[in-house]
Design a protein around this ligand. Structure first.
Ligand code: FMN
Length: 217
C-alpha cells in the first residue's frame, strides 16, 4: 500500500489547565501534543502559567486594558486552527483559573473562541477521570461559539495510568486516545481546508450566518 498523502497543515494550541509541577493533566497534554505531531500536525505548547490573570474586573479592563496573561492567551489562540485542553476537575466542575482566563479573553472583539475547534481532555485519580469537569467546560465554550469536538477523553485513576515513557499503560485506552486525537485533527483539517465540510458542520448545529445571532456578545 502506498504512503498516505501528507496532511495539509494544521496547528493546534495544546495546554494543561493545571499549574501544579507534577500535574497529571500536564502529562496528558504532552501525550496529546506528541500524538498530534506523530500524525502530521503542528503544535504550539501553551501553559496556564503564561495565561494566568487576576480575577476578572470590568473596572480594571476599562482602566488598564487586558492583563498580560489574556494578551498571551488571545495571541496563541489567534495563531492556531484549534485547541486541546487537558483540564483537572475541581469540585465536579472546571478549574476556576481556566474559566477566569476564558472570561477575560471573551471580552476581545472579534471574540477569539468563535468558530475555533476545541478538544477537551481530563485526568484524575478518581474512577471517572474528571469527566464532569469537561461537561461543565463545554458550556462556556459552546456559548462562545467554539466547535467543541463531541468525543472527550477522560483518564481515570491517572496517578497509576501512565508508563514511564508518558504513554497510557492500557493499550486499548491508548488506542482510543489516539483515535480521538486523529478524529479531532480530521475535523480541524476539514474546517480549515474544505469549506464545504465547515458549512455542513454549521448547518448541523442549526446555525446559519446571521448578524443578529453572531456570537460577539
Ligand atoms: C480544589 C480541588 C478539588 C478537586 N475536586 C475533584 C473532583 O471533583 N473530582 C476529581 O476527580 N478530582 C478532584 N480533585 C482531585 C484532582 O483530580 C487531583 O488533584 C488531580 O491530580 C488534579 O489535576 P493535576 O494533577 O493535573 O493538577 C480536586 C482537587 C482539588 C485541588
Amino acid at each position: 500500500m502506498s504512503d498516505p498523502l501528507p496532511r495539509p497543515p494544521i496547528t493546534l494550541l495544546v495546554f494543561s489547565a493545571s499549574l501544579r509541577a507534577g500535574s497529571l493533566n500536564t502529562r496528558l497534554a504532552e501525550l496529546a501534543a506528541v500524538t498530534v505531531e506523530a500524525n502530521g500536525g503542528e503544535v504550539d505548547r501553551g501553559s496556564m502559567r503564561e495565561f494566568d490573570v487576576p480575577s476578572f474586573d470590568q473596572d480594571v479592563l476599562d482602566r488598564d486594558g487586558f492583563p498580560a496573561g489574556a494578551v498571551e492567551f488571545r495571541a496563541q489562540l489567534e495563531r492556531c486552527d484549534g485547541f486541546v485542553i487537558a483540564a483537572p476537575e475541581y469540585n465536579a466542575s472546571m478549574p476556576g483559573l481556566l474559566k477566569n482566563a476564558v472570561d477575560w479573553v471573551s471580552r476581545y472583539r472579534p471574540q477569539p473562541f468563535n468558530e475555533k475547534y476545541g478538544l477537551l481532555l481530563s485526568a484524575s485519580p478518581s474512577m471517572v477521570g474528571g469527566n464532569r469537569g469537561l461537561w461543565a467546560l463545554r458550556v462556556p465554550f459552546e456559548h462562545l461559539g467554539a466547535r467543541i469536538y463531541p468525543d472527550m477523553f477522560s483518564l481515570a485513576q491517572a496517578h497509576t495510568a501512565f508508563t514511564d515513557e508518558g504513554r497510557i499503560a492500557d493499550p486499548r485506552l491508548q488506542e482510543r486516545f489516539d483515535t480521538n486525537i486523529v478524529n479531532f485533527m480530521n475535523a480541524v483539517e476539514a474546517s480549515k481546508h474544505y469549506p464545504c465540510a465547515k458549512r455542513a458542520w454549521v448547518e448541523y448545529l442549526g446555525e446559519r450566518p446571521e448578524p443578529a445571532t453572531d456570537r460577539v456578545e
